[in-house]
Design a protein around this ligand. Structure first.
Ligand code: GLV
Ligand code: MN
Ligand code: MN
Length: 413
């Protein structure tokens, strides 16, 4: 047995190969959860696994597990991984980096003939992004909860696709992957991911050891007024849903982020009905993505959003309805596992800094059932959820090397 090594060429080649699945003209990736492109990526991963003699299994929400056996296969596995789905106009690294690094770790262990006390599994969680079907992190959420929430059966994607049908088709597309229970005991979970923000790049540090994740809430808002003729209806008679939304959102943009530098407030999807040039909008619907490291602040801002939009709607003779569709409390990662990661970083000679994640990740849900932690690497200009997302090859490889060292350090005795 020799010391296991990341094969940089093989790993970077894999990143290129997966970037071609759903690859866009602008160099990004459109590989939405449970889409034909997602299925193609799952198939490629399963084929690569079979070629190395690793067992492939999936659960009822189509989380995909590649297992390298350990000395005692009755013990809970150590999981490493991320996701293969992408945003609609996503990048090549968000998810794929951590997933393919996890697979490379299995191959490195295999190449070196390392015997691990427990199995090590590379896992691709289903629908992390939440851009095709909401909420995000469906796979890890269902895994941690041990069940698929009943209300997901009737969910439709932004393209009208029925979640339950696409889930079944995705499972059926990989018949060689045996089914396993949804949720099982896990020794730990480590996820490598790109930072998706600028701090590592700005400071010239190749590694972030992530100690926790800020909380996220998603809201669905509908403001309803009355459609009427755009040219004939005087101000006093208008119940213009767009005017009410614009007024309310303007107040929120001025109040939330400028007064709390840790708050994040985003309206990323917006639709207008009936959607004619010359009709006053009867209804506008939009989403709110709200984030903060403290639950109390999330509560405060969510209440302010409700009050401000209701008041703006009322002033314009409209009604406002708000539904919370996603709630992820802030997560704090496992102190003992973080200590193993820090030791692994010292051993690999990589400079690192502690940090918090602004994006949510599957690790947040795994942290509810097992010791979990994350590793970040820099991305160019901090850009992510963008086709231009880019990671220097040396940073991808550094992240994979630390994932390998961390995996070895985190193995139970
Ligand atoms: C994950 O993609 C997030 O939106 O934080
Ligand atoms: Mn991601
Ligand atoms: Mn993402």
């Amino acid at each position: 047995m020799s010391a296991p090594q990341i094969d940089a060429e093989r790993f970077l080649g894999r990143l290129d190969a997966f970037a071609r699945i759903g690859g866009t003209a602008k160099g990004g990736v459109n590989r939405q959860a449970l889409s034909p492109q997602d299925r193609e990526a799952r198939r490629l991963l399963a084929e690569l696994a079979a070629a190395r003699g690793f067992e492939v299994r999936q659960d009822a929400i189509a989380n995909l597990f590649v297992r390298r056996a350990g000395l005692d296969n009755s013990r809970p596995p150590l999981l490493i991984g991320s996701h293969l789905d992408s945003q609609l106009t996503g990048g090549r690294f968000d998810g794929a980096l951590g997933m393919l690094a996890a697979f490379e770790v299995l191959e490195a262990l295999e190449d070196a003939g390392v015997e691990t006390p427990v199995p090590v599994e590379a896992v691709a969680w289903t629908n992390e992004e939440g851009s095709h079907y909401q909420p995000g992190c469906m796979g890890s959420m269902a895994f941690a909860g041990g069940a698929i929430p009943a209300q997901w059966a009737s969910l439709r994607g932004h393209d009208g696709a029925l979640f339950s049908e696409e889930l079944q088709a995705t499972l059926a597309a990989l018949p060689e992957a045996a089914m396993r229970p949804l949720g099982f005991p896990v020794a730990g979970y480590i996820e490598l991911h790109i930072e998706q923000g600028p701090s590592l790049e700005r400071e010239g540090i190749p590694i972030g050891i992530v100690e926790g994740i800020q909380g996220t809430r998603w809201l669905e808002v509908a403001i309803t007024g009355q459609a009427a003729h755009a040219g004939t209806t005087a101000l006093a008679f208008r119940r213009d849903a767009m005017a009410a939304a614009a007024r309310g959102l303007g107040r929120l943009y001025d109040a939330i982020m400028p007064n709390d530098e840790r708050a994040r407030f985003t309206v990323g999807r917006f639709s207008v009905e009936p959607g004619a040039v010359n009709a006053i909008p009867q209804k506008v619907s939009f989403t709110v993505d709200l984030r903060h490291p403290e639950t109390a602040a999330l509560d405060r801002f969510e209440a302010a959003i409700g009050d401000t939009l209701a008041k703006a709607a009322e002033e314009g003779g409209c009604a406002c309805q708000i539904r919370r569709i996603f709630d992820m409390p802030p997560a704090v990662f496992s102190a003992p596992l973080l200590e193993r990661l820090r030791e692994a970083a010292v051993e690999t000679g990589l400079a690192w800094k502690p940090m918090l994640s602004g994006a949510f990740h599957d690790a947040l849900f795994l942290a509810r059932v097992a010791p979990a932690a994350m590793i970040f690497v820099p991305c160019r200009d901090g850009l992510s959820h963008n086709e231009a997302e880019y990671v220097e090859p040396e940073h991808s490889v550094a992240g994979a090397r630390l994932l390998l060292a961390s995996t070895l350090a985190a193995l139970p005795g």
